[in-house]
Design a protein around this ligand. Structure first.
Ligand code: FAD
Length: 518
């Protein structure tokens, strides 16, 4: 792909992951004449663009697509590259059309209790979460046939369900995946989010195109600079609105590079501590199940590796999010590994809600450039006393859960290196008022910069423990509705001068919303 074909659009979205794609889709659906440019620094991996790499049947091609996403750093988990931040040694990013959404596991739990955002009206948030589930094709029943899944959930329920409201009890994990009649599964990437927008001439997707800067004119975002990463050529693009959805580290980087530097930018960086453990279902349970179904490993070769994903929802009383995945083989060497029945080995991951502080932050150095020529990042992140206490409690909780499931495979649970969650949040967080502790309002509009929205896990202000993408897509749905209003209330193309009156009205609406908080 070379530079975009035009120099003026109604909307430019920087970053083609799930949240940037949500803005594209919502504006495409609700503003039938809007012309939209979607930029990504990474390459296109699929046709239609944004497809999940797990849907690529050929292992060699899949590995090539993963490698193409691994940017300029050393490879992290397949499809990601390591940032190289000592305080977050496992922090990783993806650079490809579809972003991390081409590589993710697709777990889409709804937030609960203290994970929810007090100043966003609950009923409205629920409606946006429902829309997010539609956009991501979330299904809780795609793995209903997984062996031993009911057994695992029954054991976890007996331990954990007492006192929980019905909708926060142990359940199948909602996953962004579609089960096909032939038993295969199709994983949702951003091709699914974009839907018809990916193939319509109103939407242009420019890959290998970096946005080094948002262009501002008197406090209004009037477009972006675009750099073709193959030729190095640059072009200015004008737009009536700009969305930066460039992940939780590169969104604040781009704002910083553009001279937009509110005090909260890059702060409140939130990486969920993750504790893992594993257990094996008791032999008598496995043997009895085999007797009932006649299933053996040989007879049932079609079982997918990801079979049986269960969810222990976060509650304020049990402030951890549990992701329980049955594996098709042991994650640790077993003396008699050949005897392991698919689904009988159970991996348990307990995520904690981080103690969110302003000191945890990503800073940018104007004198040193990263591999893309952007201001170099420096991450500061540490566990507070409260975090260390929560981590010990989570270890105890996951050990109890593993013992309830069966025979633990390790002596004790393990805290993964910081950054392992891949769920970095908070760095452009939303807030009910422009009081220096937030970067944008509850509709994701950057304070004091008209025409500019931010998207991604970075807008989430709360200490979530659950996988955050569903929440950030729901917040993108909310932001996109305000963006459509903005486009409707400003006439014509590229009319930055024409924006002023409408934007003044928009600011007063924001103020009204903000006084309704929490
Ligand atoms: P991203 O998907 O990160 O996309 C950002 C895009 O911006 C990238 O494509 C990047 O190339 C582009 N970009 C950055 N800077 C620029 C620039 N200056 N110019 C142009 N383009 C730029 N989350 C869950 O909720 N559940 C899960 O089960 C889950 N599992 C995961 C498993 C794996 C292996 C991985 C890698 C991630 C997982 N995640 C999961 C995390 C999830 O994928 C992310 O939360 C989600 O993709 C974030 O979406 P996003 O749109 O904010 O950003």
């Amino acid at each position: 792909m070379s530079l975009p074909s035009a120099t003026s659009y109604d909307l430019v979205v920087v970053g083609s992951g799930p949240t940037g794609s949500t803005y594209v889709r919502e504006v495409y659906d609700h503003h039938p004449t809007a012309r939209i440019l979607l930029l990504d620094a990474g390459p296109r991996l699929s046709d239609p663009p944004g497809g999940h790499v797990k849907n690529i049947p050929d292992p060699g091609e899949r590995a090539r697509a993963q490698r193409a996403s691994e940017g300029p750093g050393p490879a992290g988990r397949p499809g990601t590259w390591l940032l190289g931040a000592p305080d977050l040694p496992a922090a990783a990013l993806s650079t490809n059309v579809g972003g991390m959404g081409a590589h993710w596991t697709g777990a889409c739990p709804r937030p609960g209790g203290g994970e929810r955002i007090g100043f966003v009206p609950a009923a409205e948030m629920d409606a946006h979460l429902t829309r997010a589930e539609q956009l991501l094709c979330v299904d809780s029943h795609a793995f209903d046939q997984a062996p031993f899944a009911d057994e695992v959930r029954g054991r976890l329920s007996a331990l954990l369900d007492a006192g929980r409201p019905v909708h926060r009890r142990v359940a199948p994990m909602p996953l962004a995946v579609t089960g096909r009649p032939d038993g295969a599964h199709v994983w949702s990437g951003t091709d699914v989010v974009l839907g018809p927008a990916a193939r319509d001439e109103r939407v242009e997707i420019a890959d290998r195109c970096l946005c080094p800067r948002v262009v501002l004119d008197a406090g209004t975002a009037t477009g972006v600079m675009v750099r073709d990463l193959v030729t190095g050529e640059e072009r200015a693009i004008t737009a009536r609105a700009v969305v930066v959805a460039a992940d939780a580290l590169r969104t604040p980087q781009l704002l910083h590079a553009s001279g937009i530097r509110p005090p909260a930018l890059g702060r409140y960086l939130n990486d969920q501590p993750q504790i893992v453990h594993a257990a094996r279902l008791p032999d008598d349970v496995v043997t009895a199940h085999r007797a009932v179904t006649g299933r053996t490993r040989d007879e049932d070769g079609a079982i997918v590796p990801q079979s049986g994903v269960s969810w222990v929802p976060y509650t304020d009383a049990h402030p951890f999010h549990g992701q329980v995945m049955q594996l098709d083989a042991s994650p640790v060497p077993l003396a008699d590994d050949t005897a392991v029945e698919p689904g009988a080995i159970v991996g348990l991951g307990w995520f904690c809600a981080k103690d969110v502080t302003a000191d945890d932050r990503v800073e940018f150095d104007d004198t040193t450039a990263d591999a893309y020529g952007m201001p170099a990042m420096r991450v500061h992140h540490r566990y507070t006393e409260r975090d260390l206490t929560a981590i010990e409690q989570a270890k105890k909780a996951v050990a109890e859960a593993a013992a309830a499931v069966g025979v633990p495979l390790d002596d004790s649970p393990v805290l993964l290196p910081a950054g392992s969650s891949l769920h970095y949040q908070g760095t452009t967080r939303m807030g009910p008022a422009d009081d220096g502790t937030s970067v944008c309002d509850g509709h994701s509009r950057v304070w004091n910069t008209r025409g500019l929205w931010v998207a991604g896990n970075n807008v989430i202000p709360t200490a979530t423990a659950c996988n955050p993408t569903l929440t950030s897509v729901a917040l993108a749905v909310r932001g996109a509705r305000s963006l459509v209003d903005h486009l409707r209330s400003t006439a014509g193309h590229g009319g930055a001068a024409r924006q002023t009156a409408a934007d003044t009205a928009e600011t007063s609406r924001t103020d009204t919303d903000q006084t309704a908080a929490p």
